[in-house]
Design a protein. Structure first.
Length: 372
């Protein structure tokens, strides 16, 4: 074919793609009408447009098809995230409550998960973001979610999130893995000019090796988020002695990226949780997260977790954390494979309840995938 013929064929394909996209949006609206009717009959104020289990089923199916076609999955995933976002918006508005200000990794992760057809609400802290989403859900917004970091591959559990999960009525409705990149941002022209660096505590911790090797004598100041650090450095005017550790995407407003990918590992990844009021149905590949406390007797932990072994349920995580309300008491956090509605999991949890002093299901949801 000539170049002109190939371009004409591409135009023809684009026309077909748009027609199919319009048809998909129509089907999504039809599904939305069914959801709206069900919501009205149950007296709900808004229609729940999020269906985490269905969306993950779509992505898993697409991944299998992409593997067969030998196409680059990350790019196809990004395209379909926006297609699903567009179709979801045809049913209703999803609002994500995240750590602010604009430009945090939490915001980027939320947009990677839900696409650009998303309303973002920024908050000064992770507990504040969760509380705002909880209040919105209690007020009748069925599509209010908090997107918050749960753990990081370098620094472990994000305490602010895990501790807040204990007291919220929201549940983990989904999870995903977001690769986090850090850059040194400043109005300076070279790192040697820097005397003070601002960042979130996790950002500083994730870059400690680079800092020790390149700027061992600078003063480190913790702020509420990496985006707040960038905002502060950008708003300081002509100062060249300060810098921020933040996303390279924030190298704007006069900020230069003096060094990129300064995190201690290029695979630095954060597991994000999506918190919402609804409980997703089984997707076929799910996870259940629990928190529990134990009676003060020898062997109590072994007796409790042995329940999962006897039920042939895989326990993928266990972690202890101090109980903030009781000195020298500990809470245990566990992830197990399976959905809480699965009969095998349900029976195991009933037996588990008899072995522990207290437990709460933090969420039962589809297993996560990389979001970027």
């Amino acid at each position: 074919k000539t170049r002109a013929q190939a371009r004409a064929k591409i135009d023809e394909i684009d026309t077909h793609i748009l027609a199919l996209l319009a048809e998909r949006m129509k089907m999504a609206r039809d599904v939305g009408l069914v959801k709206a009717a069900a919501a009205r009959s149950s007296g709900k104020k808004t229609t729940a447009v999020l269906a985490p289990e269905r969306e993950e089923e779509i992505f898993r199916r697409l991944h299998r098809l992409v593997d067969a076609q030998r196409m680059p999955w990350p790019l196809v995933q990004a395209v379909y995230s926006e297609i699903i976002s567009l179709c979801r918006a045809a049913q209703g508005q999803v609002t994500a409550y995240v750590l602010g200000p604009a430009g945090t990794h939490s915001e980027f992760a939320a947009r990677a998960r839900f696409g650009e057809a998303l309303s973002i609400q920024h908050h000064d802290s992770i507990p504040a973001a969760i509380k705002a989403a909880e209040q919105a859900a209690a007020g009748g917004d069925a599509n209010a979610v908090a997107v918050v970091p749960i753990e990081n591959s370098l620094e472990g559990t994000v305490a602010a999130t895990v501790d807040t999960l204990l007291g919220t009525s929201l549940r983990i409705t989904g999870e995903g893995y977001y690769r986090v990149r850090h850059a040194l941002l400043s109005r300076a022209r070279a790192p040697k000019e820097i005397k003070t660096i601002y960042s979130h505590p996790m950002g500083l911790a994730q870059c400690q090796r680079w800092l020790q090797e390149n700027l061992p004598h600078v003063k480190l100041i913790e702020v509420s988020s990496t985006a707040e650090a960038a905002r502060h450095v950008a708003s300081t005017g002509a100062s060249r002695s300060i810098a921020a550790i933040a996303s390279p995407y924030l190298a704007v407003n006069g900020l230069n990226a003096l060094a990129s990918d300064i995190q201690d590992s290029l695979d630095n990844t954060t597991r994000f949780g999506v918190l919402g009021a609804q409980i997703p149905g089984p997707s076929g590949d799910d996870k259940t997260s629990l928190v529990f406390s134990l009676p003060n007797k020898s062997g109590s932990l072994f007796e409790a977790i042995q329940v999962f072994s006897k039920a042939k349920l895989n326990m993928t995580k266990i972690e202890s954390r101090p109980h903030r309300g009781l000195q020298w008491e500990y809470l245990f956090y566990v992830d197990i494979d399976g959905h809480a509605y699965d009969s095998k999991v349900t029976r195991a949890l009933e037996a588990f309840d008899k072995k522990v002093r207290y437990f709460k299901i933090l969420g039962t949801y589809p297993k996560g995938r990389p979001w970027n």
